[in-house]
Ligand binder design. Structure first.
Ligand SMILES: NC(=O)c1ccc[n+]([C@@H]2O[C@H](COP(=O)([O-])OP(=O)(O)OC[C@H]3O[C@@H](n4cnc5c(N)ncnc54)[C@H](O)[C@@H]3O)[C@@H](O)[C@H]2O)c1
Length: 322
C-alpha cells in the first residue's frame, strides 16, 4: 500500500514510525511547507520530499494519505485528496468552520471516499468496555475533564487552534457524543487572565461546559490549560448510572463500580496503531464504514466543541445543530 504524509510536525512522528513498521506499506511521499523538514523525513523513511500536497499525490500514485496539519490549515489538503480520490486520515479537529467541514463531509459522502479522523481513543480496549458498560444503563449525569498545562505556538491562539475546547477537550466531547448521541443545548463559562497574553494568547485558561444531550443525559465537561502541576489533574469521563458508577481515566483505565463490587481494567492495546491499521485496511477494501471515526463523525465531534466556543463567546445557551 502506497501511503503519503501531509504535515510533518510533532503529531506525524508517531504515525510515520508506526506506518513505516507495518508490513506491505510503503511511505511514497512526505510533504511539509518546510522543505528541510520534508527532506529530513524523506531520508529517514526512504521516501520522496514535497512541499505541495497536490504535486505529491499526482507524482506518487498514493493510495492513502495521512494528514497532520494544524487546525487553521485544514481544508485544502482534504480538497486535494478528494480531487485525487485518495482516502485520508485527518487529525482532529476536522475544521474550525462548521460550514466548511459540512461541505467537505458532503463531498466525502458523494464520492464514498474512505476517511478517518484521529480520535484514537475510540480504538482503546477500555473504551470498548466503556461502551459496553454504558449500553442499556440509565445514565443521569456525566463529569468530563481535561485539566493540564498549555503548549505554546499556534495552540494559544483562538484563530489558529480554536482553543482548548476545540483542539484538546474535543477528545472528551467526542467520547460523550459517541456514547450519548447528539446534544441539543450547550451552556459554558470561561476563565481568562491567569496566564499572560504571551505569543498572542487569547484563549480561555479554563472553562466549564454543561451539555444537554437529546436523550436526556446532562454532562459537565471542564477544561484547564493553566496548571503547572502533574498530580491530581483529572482527564477522562465519569458516568453516573442508576446502578453503576463508571470512571474512565484518559488512556489509562476503566473502573465499573456496582452494588456488588468494582472492577478495573488498564489499557492493554496501542490505539494509535489500531487506528492507523484500521484506516489502511478500510482504504484498501474501499469500505468507508470500516473505521470507528469517519470524517462525518469527526464533524459531529467538532460541532460540539464549536458550540462550546460559541457559548463562551456569547455567554448565552447555544442550541444544536449549529
Ligand atoms: N489525536 C491526538 O491525540 C493529537 C495529538 C497531537 C496533535 N494532534 C493534532 O495534529 C495536528 C497537527 O499538530 P502538530 O502538533 O503536529 O502541529 P505542528 O505545528 O507540530 O506541525 C504541523 C506541521 O504542518 C506543517 N504545515 C502547516 N501548513 C501546511 C500546509 N499547508 N502544507 C504542508 N504542511 C503544512 C508545518 O510546517 C508543521 O511542520 C493538529 O490538528 C493537532 O490538533 C492530535
Amino acid at each position: 500500500m502506497r501511503v503519503a504524509f501531509i504535515g510533518l510536525g510533532r503529531r506525524s512522528t508517531g504515525h510515520l514510525r508506526r506506518v513505516h513498521a507495518m508490513e506491505g506499506v510503503e511511505i511514497v511521499g512526505v510533504c511539509d511547507l518546510l522543505s528541510d523538514l520534508a527532506e529530513t523525513r524523506a531520508k529517514e523513511f526512504g521516501s520522496r520530499a514535497f512541499t505541495d500536497a497536490r504535486t505529491m499525490l499526482a507524482q506518487t500514485d498514493a493510495e492513502a494519505a495521512i494528514v497532520t496539519l494544524p487546525p487553521f490549515a485544514h481544508g485544502d489538503a482534504e480538497d486535494a485528496c478528494l480531487e485525487a480520490k485518495v482516502p485520508f486520515l485527518l487529525e482532529k479537529p476536522v475544521h474550525l468552520d462548521i460550514s466548511a467541514a459540512r461541505r467537505i463531509a458532503d463531498r466525502v459522502a458523494a464520492q464514498g471516499l474512505v476517511t478517518s479522523v484521529g480520535y484514537q481513543e475510540r480504538y482503546l480496549d477500555i473504551v470498548e468496555r466503556l461502551e459496553e458498560a454504558v449500553r442499556g444503563r440509565r445514565v443521569g449525569v456525566v463529569f468530563g475533564h481535561w485539566m493540564g498545562g498549555s503548549p505554546g505556538g499556534w495552540w494559544v491562539r483562538r484563530d489558529r487552534s480554536g482553543g482548548q475546547a476545540v483542539e484538546q477537550t474535543t477528545h472528551v466531547f467526542d467520547l460523550a457524543r459517541h456514547l450519548f448521541g447528539p446534544a441539543r443545548r450547550v451552556f459554558a463559562s470561561g476563565v481568562r487572565g491567569i496566564l499572560p497574553p504571551d505569543g498572542g494568547r487569547d484563549i480561555e485558561d479554563a472553562s466549564a461546559a454543561t451539555i444537554e444531550f437529546a436523550n436526556g443525559v446532562v454532562a459537565v465537561i471542564t477544561s484547564a490549560c493553566y496548571l503547572q502541576v502533574r498530580e491530581l489533574v483529572p482527564a477522562g469521563l465519569e458516568v453516573f448510572c442508576q446502578d453503576a458508577n463508571i470512571r474512565y481515566v484518559r488512556r489509562r483505565s476503566l473502573t465499573v463500580a456496582t452494588a456488588s463490587g468494582s472492577e478495573t481494567w488498564t489499557v492493554a492495546n496501542d490505539s494509535e496503531t489500531a487506528m492507523l491499521a484500521d484506516f489502511l485496511h478500510a482504504a484498501r477494501a474501499g469500505d468507508p464504514k470500516a473505521v470507528r471515526c469517519s470524517y462525518t463523525a469527526g464533524v459531529e465531534a467538532v460541532e460540539l466543541s464549536l458550540a462550546v466556543n460559541r457559548a463562551l463567546e456569547t455567554g448565552a445557551p447555544v442550541s444544536l445543530p449549529l
